[in-house]
Design a protein around this ligand. Sequence first.
Ligand SMILES: [Zn+2]
Length: 100
Amino acid sequence: MRSISKSENPWQSHDWKVKTLISVTRGGSRLGFTCRSCERTFTHMTGNNQTWATDGHDVALAENISQRWLSENCPVSPVTGDVADRLNFKNPQAESVRSE
Ligand SMILES: [Zn+2]
């Protein structure tokens, strides 16, 4: 386990490159964040202030990966384990709409 310093915001430790994916939706703007150092990617919705990890193509990763990446400081260089993390999608069947 790693401890998180309360005085530091892990989010600020990354070197972000930001692009607007969708400028205005009902939920606000949808922004794509890519770190120049560790190459982790996130999507941020300005409307509800939600942020989650993505595979680099705006596909959400599993909740536990989002939580972990958001809680970690920038590893500065790409982490080998991230390759496996990027295959762990939040919605494995994202393409098909299922009703449960
Ligand atoms: Zn980073």
